[in-house]
Design a binder for this molecule. Structure first.
Ligand SMILES: CC(C)(COP(=O)(O)OP(=O)(O)OC[C@H]1O[C@@H](n2cnc3c(N)ncnc32)[C@H](O)[C@@H]1OP(=O)(O)O)[C@@H](O)C(=O)NCCC(=O)NCCS
Length: 155
């Protein structure tokens, strides 16, 4: 699901051959390790027993001043978007951050991923800053949105 969502989300933003080269087996192994490790919180959205979305979050990873919590990733399959699952996944991830004793949240998103940016802005995220990011063979720009308090997330 993660790989398939990357392919549709980043088509046109990342090179097609790079997206084709992503391995579902490799991602599945990585997810098993992340879940077993237990330091992040991972949530899935299901439809008829199939995973159609996920979100993960935990302690902020890069030393960003002013933020201790981070929403690491959130993906909902194209066919399941705009039905409120993204909002519910954020609600779960925010509860997970609270369990970890964190009270704020930052998220990084590709600058040109306008749909996801609209989603974060709708949830009340405030633009923080822009930086370069290298993904596979290309360097793009990513922007961050922050919520200084988890209570500031607007569902
Ligand atoms: C971003 C994403 C997680 C949102 O999930 P979703 O389930 O589609 O979003 P929801 O249905 O919960 O939307 C909540 C609100 O966000 C806003 N929103 C969501 N998608 C939007 C879009 N494509 N354009 C504009 N606003 C959008 C709307 O205000 C929406 O409320 P509404 O439908 O009542 O108008 C989902 O579109 C997705 O997985 N996209 C591809 C992967 C991706 O880009 N992930 C982020 C990587 S950083």
């Amino acid at each position: 699901m993660h790989v398939s969502s990357w392919r549709t989300t980043y088509s046109g933003l990342l090179p097609e051959d790079f997206l084709e080269s992503l391995s579902a087996t490799h991602y599945a192994e990585r997810w098993k390790r992340v879940i077993a490790d237990g330091s992040s919180r991972v949530y899935v959205a299901e439809n008829d027993g199939e995973i159609v979305g996920f979100a993960s979050g935990g302690r902020e990873r890069a030393g960003e001043t002013g933020y201790e919590g981070e929403l690491y990733a959130i993906y909902v399959l194209d066919s399941a978007q705009r039905r409120g699952l993204g909002r519910e996944l954020v609600r779960s991830a925010v509860a997970g951050l609270r369990e970890l004793g964190l009270d704020d949240m930052i998220i990084w998103v590709l600058r040109d991923n306008s749909h996801a940016r609209a989603f974060y802005e709708r949830l009340g995220g405030v633009y923080v800053r822009t930086q370069p990011i290298t993904i596979g063979p290309v360097t793009l720009e990513e922007v961050s949105y922050g919520w200084r308090r988890l209570d500031d997330v607007r569902y």
